[in-house]
Every structure is written in C-alpha cells, then in structure tokens.
Design a protein around this ligand. Structure first.
Ligand SMILES: [Zn+2]
Ligand SMILES: [Zn+2]
Length: 93
C-alpha cells in the first residue's frame, strides 16, 4: 500500500514518509489545496487554511501537515487514531 503526495503525486510507503516528503519538498513553495483549489504561498498557508475548515478532507489534510502522532495521551490519542484512519482513506492509492 502506498500514499500519494497531495501536491506532486509522488508515492510514499507510509503516512510518516509522506509527512517527511512534504516537509522536505514543499515547505517553501506555492501550493494549491488538493481539496478545494485554494492557493497558498507556502505550506504554512495551506496549514492555516485547512485549520479553519471543518469537513473531513480538510481536517485530514491539516492532520497530515501539522499534527504529530507522538507525545499525546488519553482521549487525544483516540481522536488522533480516528484522524489517522481518515487520513489513510483520503491519501492512499
Ligand atoms: Zn510531493
Ligand atoms: Zn482547501
């Protein structure tokens, strides 16, 4: 199973690799939101944009770009697992 970069289409073997790829390759370039077509000047802009949206795809995108699955406890982990599952559905190929 692999996961597709929402910005360039490159395939990565896991969500974590996808996160690393995005940070490495798309951090400082203009990007288009893969969900709605919103244009941002950098990854930061996409994070801020997806943060303010409440549909599942934007939430999954925000989670992919911003959240870290480590260093969390209790109910938060459960919630993050839900997002991670959602995220895998959205980005897997
Ligand atoms: Zn990419
Ligand atoms: Zn969007």
């Amino acid at each position: 199973m692999s996961y597709k970069c929402p910005f360039c289409g490159e395939l990565e073997p896991s969500i974590n690799w996808l996160r690393i790829h995005i940070r490495k390759c798309h951090y400082n370039e203009p990007l288009t939101c893969p969900v709605c077509g919103y244009r941002a000047r950098s990854l930061r802009g996409i994070i801020n944009h997806s943060c303010g949206r409440y549909d599942e795809k934007h939430k999954a995108l925000y989670y992919l770009l911003h959240r870290n699955t480590r260093n969390t406890t209790g109910a938060k982990v459960e919630k993050q697992m839900t997002y991670l599952k959602q995220l895998k559905e959205v980005f897997k190929v």
